[in-house]
Design a protein around this ligand. Structure first.
Ligand code: ADP
Ligand code: ADP
Ligand code: ADP
Length: 214
């Protein structure tokens, strides 16, 4: 299954992708995670991307198209994958289509996770994740079951993203409405788009997605 999770920052794309990878045994390809890894590794891509990411603007299409194209050629993507946070521009959507066409593959579903702006700001302001396995938590809505210990891997080390602040979030939301929201119309026309209410509890959103994909 080849799936795109579409939605603004904080909509719950990463949270839902983590559940889908367990149920469907396909990898999650998060361009945000890949770019953050490049920043940490101080690679050429990371050095270029860091300031852009800290400001909340989009990294150039050429850079993200290249990292995704390389990633989907790897063996673990043969049975499918979940694209999380990519494509984010019409140019990137065209690039996905070309990549899949080259491999003789097609996209199965594009799922738009819909959440109101005021809730999104609260979601990213309270977001933190396990420094070891990346599991995503929230200060109010999703604390670890045992305080200070990751539910998934037991690590006691957590981190926050530098771009998860109210000011950068304004830029990220603007960029979402300007550059990314046109993809809703694009995939609607192709007949692959389905929307879910991302303001429901995490488990209910998962059920809505499962109804679409299974
Ligand atoms: P969120 O999960 O909050 O939507 P991401 O982790 O997907 O955020 O992205 C963090 C940042 O990484 C973005 O603000 C942007 O700078 C960069 N980025 C991630 N994916 C893309 C993409 N597909 N195109 C351009 N920039 C991207
Ligand atoms: P995205 O990848 O779209 O930026 P995340 O999956 O990282 O979003 O979720 C953003 C924050 O919102 C996290 O702190 C997460 O725990 C929380 N969250 C995700 N889905 C829900 C939900 N349905 N209800 C409440 N909080 C949620
Ligand atoms: P400003 O800094 O000018 O107040 P905003 O963050 O309010 O900018 O919005 C910038 C642009 O993004 C606006 O022109 C608006 O059309 C669009 N926009 C912002 N929020 C939404 C939304 N919830 N739905 C649709 N478009 C939005």
């Amino acid at each position: 299954m080849r799936l795109i999770l579409l939605g603004p920052p904080g909509a719950g794309k990463g949270t839902q992708a983590q559940r889908l990878i367990e149920t469907h045994k396909i990898p999650q390809l998060s361009t945000g995670d890949m770019l953050r890894a490049a920043v940490t590794a101080q690679s050429e891509v990371g050095l270029k991307a860091k300031a852009v990411m800290d400001s909340g603007n989009l990294v150039s299409d050429d850079i993200v198209n290249a990292i995704v194209s390389e990633r989907i050629d790897q063996a673990d993507c043969a049975e499918g994958f979940i694209l999380d946070g990519y494509p984010r521009t019409l140019n990137q959507a065209d690039a996905v289509e070309a990549m899949l066409e080259r491999k003789g593959l097609k996209l199965d579903h594009v799922i738009e996770i819909k959440v109101d702006d005021d809730i999104l700001v609260n979601r990213v302001s309270g977001r933190f994740s396990c420094a070891s396995c990346g599991a995503v938590y929230h200060d109010e809505d999703k604390r670890p079951k045992v305080e200070g210990v990751c539910d998934v891997c037991g690590s006691t080390d957590f981190k926050r993203r530098p771009d998860d602040n109210a000011e950068t979030m304004r830029t990220r939301l603007r960029s979402y409405y300007k550059d990314t929201s046109p993809l809703v119309g694009y995939y609607h026309c192709k007949g692959t788009l389905r929307a879910v209410d991302g303001m429901q509890p995490i488990d209910v959103v998962t059920e809505s997605i499962e109804r679409i994909v299974s």
